[in-house]
Design a binder for this molecule. Structure first.
Ligand code: ADP
Ligand code: MG
Length: 399
């Protein structure tokens, strides 16, 4: 995959109709936006287009209307919020590619901004229907993709439309691609990847792909216990993917063959059972991973493991982190995740966090502004780390 893609600054947008795919999939409650983070994040691209005198046609999905016209998933509330942030009117279309949208798009003046209705009101969107792609393209001269969260999907508004229009990235997508692309293609070394989260099976291809690239691979979180079991340790009641034991053995052999330093936790925080509710105050103790009692479950990495992982991060020039080190939703079990986040925050390396829960953990723990880049796309960033081609990025013009 080529990560060197043209952005809005590489083409002339003045006076042009620009269809800009954003990620306005914001959470709402009782018709009100509960977090406008994604809208705020899209503002630099929107402002640039307005300042350049483009005729801006914004589009996005919200929720999963599955081709049905669900009024509670209307983007009207988003138009109002953009309008407040921009300090100018945002024209709201009553449909996606219908008469109203087309008439309003045709009437735009330089610097005007309009927003199409929820693109997933159209059945063709998630099917990447060429008819819908053509209809979307017919309203514009240029396509800008600024929605990284959906870049791993080949939908009409994320990729299909680029078959009919010159396509470039917005600032958000550009940042994702340049930082993560560089880390994967030409990382400054030592390159350390930290993987965690619940299950090995969720991240098989990420482990495999990163083993080809990194100097050190750290495995923590729930997935570590399958590796520990593959080493022949008794892991008690900890989470183990029994079908993946052989895979873990293979990965450990591959790491040895490639000279990759594979680090597993040497100690772990255990309890009698998984907390229920998840944030329940439960008694815990720390044990070495060679001595996990048969009736205990491992729910976080221990302090020795944290210190080892932090030392590896300290020596690194590039760090990629995906997946919490423990059941971080519970304050008693969030120490390992916090320690790793702290190590990233203290590091001078390029630090990248991908994955919905790891990103949430960084924000929740207050480390977000000390990380070089927190990816805005959970699924998309995982596929990126797997080395897969993302349709919403592959469709953009090469530099
Ligand atoms: P991300 O969204 O960052 O990619 P995942 O979704 O893969 O991360 O994993 C996050 C989940 O893994 C969290 O809900 C966390 O509670 C769970 N988890 C972490 N460690 C353990 C463990 N030892 N046992 C069970 N679940 C775990
Ligand atoms: Mg997750």
């Amino acid at each position: 995959m080529n990560y060197n893609k043209k952005s809005i600054e590489d083409i002339s947008v003045a006076g042009k109709r620009v269809l800009c795919r954003c990620d306005f999939n914001v959470p709402t409650k009782d018709g009100k936006i509960t977090s406008d983070k994604r809208i705020v994040a899209a503002m630099p691209t929107i402002k640039y287009l307005v300042d350049q005198g483009a005729k801006v046609i914004l589009c996005s999905h919200m929720g999963k209307p599955k081709g049905e016209w669900k009024p509670e998933l209307s983007l009207k509330v988003v138009a109002e919020r953009i309008s407040q942030l921009l300090g100018k009117e945002v024209i709201m279309a009553a449909d996606v590619v219908g008469e109203d949208a087309k008439a309003k798009a045709a009437a735009l003046k330089d610097g005007d901004v309009m927003l199409l209705e929820n693109v997933r009101y159209m059945k063709g969107e998630t099917k990447n229907d060429p008819e819908l792609s053509k209809e979307l393209a017919s309203m514009a001269d240029i396509f800008v993709n600024d929605a990284f969260g959906t870049a791993h999907r080949a939908h009409s508004s994320t990729a299909g439309v680029a078959d009919y229009l010159p396509a470039v990235s917005g600032y958000l997508v550009q940042k994702e691609v340049s930082i993560m692309g560089k880390a994967l293609a030409a990382p400054e070394r030592p390159f350390v990847a930290i993987l965690g989260g619940a299950k090995v099976s969720d991240k098989l291809n990420v482990i495999k792909n990163l083993l080809e690239k990194v100097d050190t691979l750290i495995i923590g979180g729930g997935m570590a216990y399958t590796f520990l079991a593959a080493k022949g340790y008794d892991v008690g009641k900890s989470l183990v993917d029994n079908e993946k034991i052989d895979y873990c053995k293979e990965m450990m052999a591959k790491a040895a063959e490639k000279g990759v330093n594979l680090l597993l936790p040497v100690d772990t925080v255990v309890a009698d059972s998984f907390p229920s509710p998840i944030d329940a105050e439960i008694p815990v103790e720390v044990v070495d991973c060679t001595a996990i009692p048969a009736d205990k479950i491992g729910l976080d990495i221990g302090p020795k493991a944290s210190a080892e992982f932090a030392a590896a991060v300290k020596a690194a020039k590039t760090v990629v982190w995906n997946g919490p080190m423990g059941v971080f939703e519970n304050p008693i079990l969030s120490k390992g995740t916090k320690d790793v986040a702290q190590a990233l925050a203290d590091s001078d390396a390029v630090t990248i966090v991908g994955g919905g829960d790891s990103a949430a953990a960084c924000e929740q723990l207050g480390f977000a502004d000390k990380i070089t880049h927190i990816s805005t796309g959970g699924g998309a960033s995982l596929e990126f780390l797997e080395g897969l081609e993302l349709p919403g990025i592959a469709c953009l013009q090469d530099k």
